[in-house]
Design a protein around this ligand. Sequence first.
Ligand code: ZN
Length: 231
Amino acid sequence: MQGGTGYAVRRTSRGPGRPKRRKNRQAVIAAFAVLLTVAVVLTAVAVIKGRGGDTVLTPEEKVRILSEAKVPDYVDVQILPEDCDSRRCVKLEDFNSVVIHYVANPGTTAQNNRDYYDNEGTEVNSHFVVGLEGEIIQCLPLDEKSSATTERNRDTISIEVCHPDETGEFTQASYDAVVKLTAWLCSLCDFDETNIIRHYDATGKMCPLYYVEHEDKWLELKSDVMEYMNS
Ligand SMILES: [Zn+2]
């Protein structure tokens, strides 16, 4: 049982020591804050270094890498004419992501879609179209802005993918080609899976439909790209 007197005595005996303890506590809190700040800064530096190797590429360096890159032999290069309506002939400002799309026109081929970009009045295009048989057509120079991802056209490479039906699921041949092409693009600037996005991630559009509705398949695709890069 605790008596009132005992409490009063303890209070009195504690009294003189209080200001000092408060000072000590403030000093401990200040020291902790400094340590926490140092830890956060060191972690941030480690993360940045870890992601980009020892060197962090500037936007200009990344765009220059794209300008000088030689596309692999499996790419069928059919650059759109400079004067076609969909082509803007404007350089990328940066390169931060590879964006995956679906053409939303079931059964069409890569050639159909590439030729559609070349039609009078067409306002959309992409850097690459991947076809149902896994064929890959390049439609724009790598260092030029495409018209596929609205505000992210400024710093992305776009890949449109053909699909046999309304679900938007890629054929195995298309899927394998997307993995191979994306891995090559990522390797140019030492990208990892955080640099691979869906049109959906950039603007909220349900594209590529199947891989928005099946998050697990999207994660699998990105992990397959990383595995391909490391193989
Ligand atoms: Zn799209």
